[in-house]
Design a protein around this ligand. Sequence first.
Ligand code: PLP
Length: 392
Amino acid sequence: MADLRREFPIFQAHPKLVYLDSAATTHKPACVIEALTRFYAEEYATVHRAIYRSSLAATDRYNETRETVRAFLNAPSSDEIIFTRGTTESLNLVASSYGRTHLKPGDEILVSEMEHHSNLVPWQMLAEQTGATLRWMPMQLDGTVEVNITPKTKLVAIAHVSNVTGTIHPIADIAKAAHRVGAILVVDGAQAAPHLPIDVQALDCDFYAFSGHKCYGPTGVGILYGKKTLLDTMPPIQGGGDMIERVTIEKTTYAAPPLRFEAGTPLIASVIALKPALDFLQQAGFAHEATLMPLLEQGLRTIPGLRILGHPPKKGPLVTFTIEGVHPLDLATLLDLDQIAIRTGHLCAQPALRKYGLDSAARASIGLYNTSSDIERFITVLKRSLVKLKPQ
Ligand SMILES: Cc1ncc(COP(=O)(O)O)c(C=O)c1O
């Protein structure tokens, strides 16, 4: 949308940029950049530890973001919102804290076959550490998964929206199936939070992770939502300042969640600037993405030899594709000469790509700043590039 695009200074610096890699990371609106600059230039102080006014003000703003995130996810309490460095750290926190203390040999960890490595490798490591067995929900070529929970399943991990096929998985149904056998459900919301309204109570998931930088916020800040009843049973994974209740030379008792999981001086500025990002995202809404997706898919379908990976019943605003006889890297290099940015490679989801017999693919993903003319230019330049790459 042209109006929204104007809010992003990057497009004033690079007016011809067609940015189709928002699934990797998003550009930042002026309100987020201003919040960061203002905090460092005029308001900077530490949080939690001091009684001078700038520190008290910074602590208030830090906590305001926690409340904003609570409302964004419709979580019951802001004590259930933990600040991390990103989705990856959030998922590793669940594996290292909940996983190591609740799983034992004979238990099953169930992941989908199409996960981002961030929602696969921590569970493989956890299986090695605890003796639990890692199993997977097989992926179908349409981009859906077969949910094969068994009585031995103790933990299920799946993305809300796939970064490969865009599949929106039926999280509330999977949560019911997991809870029926006493398992917990961990949701990787990295590709969902920027594009769908999220309600963790309606989904009834036990943990939900996402990254600020994919939601128009700064890098280095992520979120872990966890049900209070579970967080209360979990040990910290890092010791240090802020996470303690009382320390003697022999022993320490820990603060209650969320601070129990936020050792050390946090990413204060990034957390503070996440609030305007989430406010911006909520005000913008998701409607325009729904109008751009058909344009993108229809445009791509006019290209001979182009194959779109997956055709799930419901999907987020991204398309992963290959073109017969053309290496994705060559294609992306030519597109870049025209200032068109798409993602190529294994998309951090090697098992999913392998399912399609691929080790590399191209992905175009949509953000709030994209317009119909972005999509038209992408398709036109793509066709022109193919003439160079596939001379008749
Ligand atoms: C589905 C999914 N999960 C997890 C991640 C990891 O996010 P981060 O690198 O911000 O931790 C990504 C990032 O691309 C993703 O797409």
